[in-house]
Write a protein that binds this ligand. Structure first.
Ligand code: FAD
Length: 307
């Protein structure tokens, strides 16, 4: 019940101001956001890597309102790539980007986002790594998939994300599996209407399994983005049945969530990538994490009240 309300609040400027200023917020945000600057996140990447984990780095931000912000987003990723070069982790440290942060929703947004993300993908390739395009709300996806296809002409390793809750996704999965893409499958984190998306959790889980099967049996590289223990073990079984070796798919989880499970999967020899978000514009990302688990909201409210 609470999830949709929190997701609606994640798009409200009034709530953004309230939550950002509330005492106690910082402490809760720190559980999910790995710091505000590149200097904060680099030691975390090093530590995760030393523990056998891989990372995908997200400079938080979305829904910008001015072109200059899209250039700033591009530059923030270029700065990050400069620092990743020093670490020499290659594809063990890749990046995730939200095209809305690269200007996708502004005037001529499709072209603007493509022109901003291309130099990031190029710079990533130069240091032996890659970029995955996150999936945002359903209205942005045709543009995201078109940008993904365009980038893959020169950089076939460019990945994208598909969301199990959307009716369109099985068809997207078949297309992407046939053309050999790197594809992250997730349940979906946005507030979507019943006209485009499943609303029932059990139905979303069933769709997730069908889509994992398509990806595992296909030609691409499946990335299983979930903390759900049932889906993780079904993913392992589907990979085994499809004859995939341990380096022919990977699991992904978010920084700060089910850390022991992340360590366990890595210790078993799985590729386990931690989606590590950092930056100052954390509001939207943070609110989606609250919406996913009511206990997070309780913890947040308690920490405000006790400050
Ligand atoms: P759930 O059924 O939600 O959770 C299973 C269990 O995991 C819960 O019972 C709980 O123990 C734990 N858990 C899950 N979420 C939380 C949380 N916030 N706090 C504490 N515990 C939690 N969504 C998009 O729409 N677009 C994207 O590009 C995208 N990228 C993602 C990348 C990665 C690597 C991951 C892991 C998720 C991403 N998501 C994205 C979010 C995703 O859509 C889900 O909202 C999120 O993963 C929760 O679903 P779940 O599969 O973990 O299952």
């Amino acid at each position: 019940m609470l999830g949709p309300v929190i997701l609606a609040a994640s798009r409200s400027d009034k709530m953004r101001r309230f939550v950002s200023a509330a005492p106690g917020t910082k402490q809760v945000v720190a559980r999910f956001i790995a710091g505000e600057t590149v200097d904060d996140v680099v030691p975390i990447v090093r530590d995760l890597s030393e523990r056998g984990l891989e990372v995908t780095l997200d400079v938080v931000g979305e829904d910008i309102t001015a072109v200059e912000q899209s250039y700033a987003a591009r530059d923030a990723y270029l700065e990050l790539i400069g620092r990743l070069k020093e670490l020499g982790l290659g594809e063990r440290a890749e990046m995730s980007v939200k095209l809305s942060m690269f200007g996708q929703s502004l005037e001529n947004g499709h072209e603007l986002a493509l022109s901003n993300v291309r130099p990031v993908v190029e710079a990533a390739a130069e240091i032996g790594t890659t970029v995955t395009l996150d999936a945002e709300d359903h209205t942005t996806l045709d543009s995201m998939f078109a940008i993904h296809e365009e980038l893959r002409k020169d950089f076939p390793q460019t990945g994208c994300v598909i969301q199990a809750y959307l009716f369109r996704t099985e068809e997207d999965a078949r297309r992407l599996a046939a053309n050999g893409s790197r594809v992250r499958i997730v349940k979906g984190a946005y507030k979507e209407p019943a006209s485009v998306a499943l609303q029932d959790k059990a139905e979303i889980d069933k769709a997730y399994v069908r889509i994992m099967k398509i990806l595992m049996e296909g030609e691409g590289y499946p990335m299983i983005g979930s903390h759900d223990p049932r889906l993780v073990s079904i993913g392992q079984e589907l990979a085994r049945r499809a004859g995939r070796k341990l380096d022919e798919y990977e699991f992904q989880m978010l920084y700060g969530i089910r850390t022991e499970e992340q360590n366990r999967l890595a210790a078993e020899g799985h590729r386990m990538r931690v989606y590590t978000a950092y930056g100052t514009d954390w509001y939207g990302y943070f609110m989606r994490r609250l919406a996913e688990k009511p206990a997070n909201l309780l913890f947040f409210v308690r920490s405000i009240l006790t400050k």
